[in-house]
Design a protein around this ligand. Sequence first.
Ligand code: TXA
Ligand code: MG
Length: 360
Amino acid sequence: MTDEGKRKEPRKPADLQPFSPADPETRKPDRTRVVRVDPERPDPAAVAEAGAILAQGGLVAFPTETVYGLGADALNERAVKKIFEAKGRPSANPVIVHVPDAEAARRLTSRWPAEADRLTADFWPGALTLVLPKSRDVPEAVTAGGPTVAIRAPSHPVARALLDACRLPIAAPSANRSNRLSPTRAEHVVADLAGRIDLILDGGQTPGGIESTVLRLGDGPPLLLRPGLVGPAEIEARIGPIRRAFAGEPSAALPSPGMMPRHYAPRARLELMERGSAERVAELAAAGMRVGWLAFGPGAQDAAGVTRVDMPDDPATYGALLFARLHELDAASVDRIVVDSPPDDDSWLAIRDRLKRASA
Ligand code: TXA
Ligand code: MG
């Protein structure tokens, strides 16, 4: 058990963040309950209650092995629409459906290519989302009216227990307000969504910290829409070459709406530096700014007005911590965040992608 598991009871959401003055009515402070669960063996009663809320068309945030998701019954169009309202998400951006296994996934699709068998056998449950031609059962709200549906089987014990309890496919984007950082702790969900959703299952820090890999199948060669915890080399070892489409550059016809260049962003402006970060940090601090610095490798120095965070030099640990560190710098109200670019190789692909978008 980590330190996370020993934390005391979470504070009530009402004690935490002031509600956004922009929309005082849409948040009802008493609406959202936070229930602490053991991330390895969640209390069946808590999970059953969460499942019942989903079955009745409510919204439940829950931990996955990547980030927290905001779940609704994927087959209930009205419930799915509530996700979009709570997040302030544009209705043109489709959401991922979470299922227990490949068999359940298949029922949501109209075609199941051979690659899907190979990939689900190797990577499910886990952080790989497959975009496939949808079946008629999948409501339009889930797919933003499009012909495909994104599906994954999560491995986190709380997510699995919830799927088991409600026996429904669960539509769940990341549990943050649209375009903000994905939540890796229940407190992040509280800060963004308290008052807008029914329940948060607090299972502590999510282990992966970066969202799933999104791969489109069944329409020409497989297309990587979003790099994530499962790397391209692992996928290619299983199904051969894949195309990459996530450059984050604006384009007239984005194959995935979540590829918008600015996404996953902290409040403070973020500058991603290939080199010269120490000088840049000093310059900003000299101009009187409070600077947060995600330092990588040697050369980092402390200076007045600078909150320096030394980031780990392996991608798994870096990824697990990244959003939590950015959330902390936001909470500390820094004026600017300077980030040393990690190496330009595939093991850092997903992290570089998120940093690039956070800086856009
Ligand atoms: O790790 C994750 O994937 C987390 C956890 C909760 O599972 N979920 C997540 O969902 O990150 P979200 O909605 O924040 O990101 C889903 C991404 C978006 O970029 C969305 O545009 C894309 O997947 N997507 C969803 N359905 C799609 C579809 N049918 N076709 C293309 N892209 C799709
Ligand atoms: Mg998201």
